[in-house]
Design a protein around this ligand. Structure first.
Ligand code: R2B
Ligand code: URA
Length: 318
């Protein structure tokens, strides 16, 4: 079912990442406000979510609602037969989720901590619903490195701010580092959908995901701009760092979730991809000043690629 050879529990397609789950009689997915009253009989949740094949994730509620609309129009020719405007996770007041056919579009907020809470609960939801090999695709925005604004980057690996391709987390007071690699098969299929696009590029590259938008991404325009030695860092320091990212690590874009997203999905046996449009070239500046209309057009680029992928590889018609 996945690129990882995970051991399955006996009664469902659940990788054995948490042996406690099978001992829990019920499970409340708190941030989604979804109750699993009987973990041994999940027929109801299977009826609602068991057909999901792709989970699309993006930062903003509104963008995910737009994506559901876009998929209804462009994948299902306006006739998905689903109420794609209904926010399924409204009662949790944290994230928004919209179902369109076999696709679930969910917002994850900014950064790894908010997205990881969501991922834990969504992965469990997919498992309780016995979804078969659901694909998780993040559709996001990012800062580019040496690429034209508007370029879409399909990530190979995530890199953290220390330029390591891993996600580091403290578990029980100890450092745990997990590899941050996206699924190769899914990445290749997405890249193959990039033919004949209207004047914009889709490239493969590594993606740095930081915990801080400002100093973490080497910006000079945050409330603070101070290096590890306690001194202000300069334009030259920033450019040196960004060039190292580009030349030594093959990083082509910077956002705030890639290492965690790659690592947690790989660890849990979920095939995942990160597809982000670049809003600016970070070698040329820090401020995101993309005009509203341009931002909308740029944000639609990953929609186009992912919709093509779903149409040809998931629904099998192009
Ligand atoms: C890209 O954009 C957001 C920050 O503005 C963050 O979620 C990300 O990864
Ligand atoms: N999102 C980021 O995290 N960084 C950018 O530069 C732009 C969008």
């Amino acid at each position: 079912m996945s690129s990882l050879n995970v051991k399955m529990s006996s009664n469902r397609t659940l990788p054995d990442c948490n042996p406690h789950l099978s001992q829990m009689p019920s499970d409340f997915l708190y941030h989604l406000a979804i109750n699993i009253p009987d973990t041994q009989n999940t027929a109801e949740i299977k009826k609602r979510y068991g057909h999901i094949k792709v989970v699309c994730l993006g930062g903003k509620d509104g963008r995910m609602q737009e994506l559901a609309k876009y998929i209804n129009q462009n994948v299902y020719n306006g006739d998905s037969g689903t109420d794609y405007e209904k926010n399924l996770f409204a009662d949790g007041h944290r994230y928004a989720g919209f179902m369109v056919g076999c696709v679930l579009c969910v917002s994850h907020g900014v950064g790894s901590s908010t997205m990881s809470v969501l991922l834990h609960e969504l992965i469990k939801l997919m498992r309780y619903a016995e979804c078969e090999d659901p694909l998780f695709i993040r559709i996001g925005t990012s800062g580019g490195l040496g690429v034209k604004p508007g370029t879409v980057v399909v990530s190979n690996r995530g890199y953290n701010g220390l330029l390591r391709s891993e996600y580091e987390i403290a578990i029980l007071g100890e450092r745990v580092a997990r590899p941050a690699i996206f699924d190769e098969r899914l990445r290749k299929k997405l890249l193959a959908c990039a033919e004949c696009l209207n004047g914009w590029d889709v490239i493969e590259g590594n993606t740095m995901g930081t915990d801080c938008f400002y100093e973490g991404q080497g910006r000079l325009d945050g409330a603070s701009c101070i290096n590890a030695k306690g001194a202000p860092y300069t334009v030259a320091d920033k450019l040196n760092f960004l060039k190292r990212c580009h030349d030594d690590c093959g990083i082509r874009n910077i956002e705030m979730e890639a290492p965690m997203f790659a690592a947690l999905t790989l660890h849990c046996g979920i095939r995942a991809a990160d597809v982000c449009v670049t809003l600016l070239n970070r070698l040329e500046g820090d401020q995101v000043e993309t005009p509203k209309a341009q931002l909308k057009a740029f944000e639609e680029r990953p929609f186009t690629l992912v919709a093509r992928f779903i149409k040809s590889h998931i629904l099998g018609s192009s």
